[in-house]
Design a protein around this ligand. Structure first.
Ligand SMILES: *Cc1c(COP(=O)(O)O)cnc(C)c1O
Length: 377
């Protein structure tokens, strides 16, 4: 390949490393010849999705004209999201997963003379989009390992960095955060928002909102009205169990939604995904069952792992970060050999941890048994 040609890639892209996803089950089975492997690596819903979604998709396959472009405006899905949040549809932007929303925010608000602010140990896609836009990354130091929110977001540090770096145009906050599972309360977030200059966008990533303790949840609607620079985004990939269909959305001012819409692919959600998300929103019983399973199993697993002498970061999400006090690579490898896929988080600068998604009771028990074997305990 012509080296001159490759060097013409955008400067940020040249030095970028591609996102490495959790290993698919098939790949492990191919690589190690193990059968009945389980994947606890990508925070997917172990119950799948609502049975009503499955029915609706089968019906859509029978009746829909797949040769037609989907509704690029997502009218029906937006109407349902608008109702859920009591917000005008003009304030909703649909994404091909919330990953797409992060990318749209980057394309609109980042560039060579801009910076994005996010925490150490935060979601990997924030630094990727920042660098892809050839923007500068300002990384806030995490909270201490012995803090009540170990390795979590330190919004005080965020505020100080904001005051000292005029080029920051976009701030990412993950609540709860992936891969730590740590969270922030409404008062902390509001206190931070009050200190943010009105021209800086704050992007609040609520991918795991549904899994948080009801006492910690808050309605973002009034906050969006008070802070027109706030963008909140959610996904159908986690509690709604639709990761493969790729639907997420943001809530913002109509003006920001309009900016995002200018760079959005015209048909970024396919017709089946749009339909699935509509039906998924209508089946809140399924979400409640998923959350109930997760809450119970998260507590059970936290207890067992604690008794095994392991470090478990407190989590309000559907995964746990488990620390071994030494390089976690051999543990990850050992678990693979037992047919269990978890997520190493060395790339998140947490080399002594793995992240395990909460599965069904049977999956979690298999994980614990495999972990005991690997650790020889
Ligand atoms: C999983 C996840 C997302 C969403 O991913 P999509 O499938 O693209 O919606 C967003 N933010 C965080 C922190 C996540 O962990």
């Amino acid at each position: 390949m012509n080296q001159e040609l490759l060097k013409r890639a955008a400067p940020g892209v040249l030095s970028l490393e591609a996102y490495s996803p959790g290993m698919p089950i098939e790949e492990l089975q191919r690589r190690l010849g193990v059968s009945n492997a389980i994947k606890l690596a990508s925070n997917e819903n172990p119950l799948g999705c609502s049975p009503r979604v499955r029915e609706a998709l089968l019906e859509a396959l029978q009746n829909d004209d797949l040769a037609r472009y989907p509704d690029g405006g997502g009218y029906r899905l937006k109407a349902r999201i608008a109702k859920l949040h009591g917000i005008d549809a003009s304030r909703i932007t649909l994404g091909n997963g919330s990953n797409d929303i992060i990318e749209l925010l980057g394309r609109v608000f980042l560039g060579p003379d801009r910076a994005a602010l996010f925490s150490a140990h935060a979601f990997a896609v924030y630094p990727i989009i920042t660098q892809a836009q050839s923007a500068r990354a300002v990384v806030a130091p995490p909270r201490a390992a012995d803090d009540a929110q170990p390795y979590g977001h330190d919004l005080q540090a965020f505020a100080e960095l904001l005051a000292g770096n005029d080029d920051i145009s976009l701030v990412f906050i993950a609540n709860p955060n992936n891969p730590t599972g740590t969270w922030l309360g409404q008062a902390e977030i509001e206190n931070f928002l009050r200190q943010v200059p009105a021209h800086v966008i704050v992007a609040l990533d609520e991918a795991y909102f549904e899994y948080t303790d009801p006492a910690l949840r808050f309605d973002v609607r009034p906050m969006l009205d008070r802070y027109p620079n706030l963008v909140v985004f959610r996904t159908f990939s986690k509690a709604y169990g639709l990761a493969s269909l790729r639907v997420g959305y943001s809530l913002s001012s109509p003006e920001i939604a309009d900016l995002l819409n200018r760079v959005r692919q015209p048909f970024n959600n396919n017709s089946l995904a749009l339909r699935a998300a509509e039906v998924a929103l209508d089946d809140q019983d399924f979400v409640a069952r998923s959350v109930e399973l997760n809450t119970g199993e998260r507590a059970r697993l936290t207890g067992i792992l604690g008794e095994m002498g392991l470090t478990v970061l407190p989590s309000q999400a559907n995964f746990l970060a488990i620390g071994f006090g030494r390089d976690a690579k051999p543990v990850h490898q050992g678990l693979l050999e037992q047919g269990i896929i978890v997520r190493p988080v060395a790339s998140y600068d947490l080399p002594e941890f793995v992240r395990v998604s909460i599965g069904t009771e049977a999956e979690n028990s298999r994980f614990v048994a495999a972990l005991r074997t690997v650790l020889g305990s």
